[in-house]
Design a protein around this ligand. Structure first.
Ligand code: ARG
Length: 456
């Protein structure tokens, strides 16, 4: 078939070159955006007297028909076409004749593809945000259902201080609220229309870029036509937001994997979100969480690949940029899929509060509170810290825990110890007295839940 760009060259390209050059398998998913953009463009061309109104009408009808036929499956995308832009224009010309050949007036595939991609990704920012909100709702649900479940809080994966389970998972909710903000920022900065930049320098036709920008729902037009067709920072920005979402999902997944191991035993995942082993009958594996963690690397790869693709490109368009779509689509698809599986996995996760509590009781998790007890009785914190460390060492030597040491022994170490020390180092006291803003106390955690609900 003769290439649309035949003229300067014979268009007799090698089959292998055609296959290599073609992006249709990747960019066909932008057919709606391509057609919508073309309709706005044709209407603007007619309004500006650049093409006859009758031709614009024929183009709009033709494109509307193509869209309907693609949606219904009556028309399928030709896998041998160069890209979605060429395919749509080709079918249009086949269907309406010469009028179709006027569509590409005052336009280039360079501004066309930049437009399609911005339209496509703007909608995807919205979709991913909705999925993030469902995840936030799931976290809130688990936090409210288990408002008083106590578990060990960790640093260095060593038991550190007792915390509410709700407090722990709300930490992730906070990360996801910031992810929502990053998606909104990315969407806002890509909300400028590149259409009318043409190949790179603008055009001699009296086009109205504001008209197409408005018709397509953009807040404004890109100010510089060279920038409009040559940067892909909007892809990088979204990829970076998506990478952080994956970072957060991956850390959460890692914890769920640990928690559901026999060593921890804090949670049990629903059978619907686990798998068995082909050889070990006892196994129940947290494959979904592991895959989310595993797929995080892909999304980082998409980000780094796109940054690397861009870094050496002279202005303006270069074919290297065709690689942007495979990366950003993969990242968007991956994040959506991960959120779709992670959220129901989290909602159906069962907790084992007594095991969590028991873990919090071991490991001298209340040592800070013992030091604070002495400090509140007048001992300088550093001295109290040291003395408590000696008490811990004494316990380890005698195979006991701080709660079970007799008062007489405590008093051998310091006269400041009195009977009220046992209440002060009780796990529940340790949790409930951390009333500082953002802490693990009841009112603070309730306030965090309310804050997250504000995003729903
Ligand atoms: N398929 C191309 C891409 O995705 C469309 C733009 C082609 N422009 C060009 N000057 N060859 O980048």
């Amino acid at each position: 078939m003769e290439k649309m760009w035949a003229g300067r060259t014979s268009s007799q390209t090698a089959q292998i070159a055609d296959d290599f050059n073609s992006s249709i398998s990747v960019d066909k998913r932008m057919y709606r955006q391509d057609i919508t953009g073309s309709i706005a463009h044709a209407q603007m061309l007619a309004a500006q007297g650049i093409i006859p109104a009758a031709d614009a009408d024929a183009i709009v009808d033709g494109l509307t028909g193509i869209l309907a036929d693609l949606e219904s499956g009556k028309l399928t995308v030709d896998p041998t076409a160069e890209d979605i832009h060429m395919f749509v224009e080709q079918v249009l010309t086949e269907r309406i004749g010469d009028a179709g050949k006027r569509l590409h007036t005052a336009r280039s595939r360079n501004d066309q593809v930049a437009l399609d991609l911005r339209l496509y990704l703007r909608a995807e920012c919205e979709t991913v945000s909705e999925k993030l909100k469902s995840l936030l709702a799931a976290i809130v649900q688990q936090a409210e259902e288990h408002a008083d479940v106590i578990m060990p809080g960790y640093t260095h994966l060593q038991r550190a201080q007792p915390i509410r389970f709700a407090h722990h998972i709300l930490a992730y909710a906070m990360m996801f609220t910031r992810d929502l903000g990053r998606l909104a920022d990315a969407a806002k900065r890509m909300d400028f229309s590149p259409l009318g930049a043409c190949a790179l320098a603008g055009t001699t036709y009296p086009i109205d870029r504001q008209m197409t920008a408005q018709a397509l729902g953009f807040s404004d037009v890109c100010r510089n036509s060279i920038d409009a067709v040559s940067d892909r920072d909007f892809c990088v920005e979204l990829l970076s937001a998506l990478s952080l979402i994956m970072t957060h999902l991956s850390r959460f997944s890692e914890e769920i994997i640990l928690w559901s191991s026999s060593e921890f035993g804090y949670v049990t995942l629903d059978d619907a979100f686990t798998t068995g082993s082909s050889i070990m009958p006892q196994k129940k594996n947290s494959d979904m969480a592991e895959l989310v963690r595993g797929k995080t690397g892909r999304v980082y790869g998409d980000l780094v690949g796109t940054l690397t693709m861009l870094k050496g490109l002279p202005l303006a368009y270069n074919k290297d940029m065709q690689e942007d779509k495979e990366a950003i689509f993969d990242a968007v698809d991956t994040v959506k899929m991960c959120l779709d599986v992670f959220t129901p996995m989290l909602v159906t996760m069962k907790l084992h509060p007594s095991l969590m509590y028991r873990s919090a009781q071991k490991g001298f998790i209340n040592a800070t509170d013992l030091a604070d007890y002495l400090t509140k009785k007048g001992m300088p914190f550093r001295a109290a810290y040291k003395l408590t460390g000696q008490m811990v060492a004494w316990c380890i030597e005698h195979g006991t825990v701080l709660e079970d040491v007799p008062l007489a022994t405590y008093r051998e170490h310091s006269e400041l110890f009195e009977n009220d020390l046992y209440a002060a180092i009780d796990l529940k006291t340790c949790v409930e007295t951390r009333t500082s803003e953002g802490g693990t106390g009841e009112a603070s955690v309730a306030a965090q839940i309310e804050y997250v609900k504000g995003f729903l």
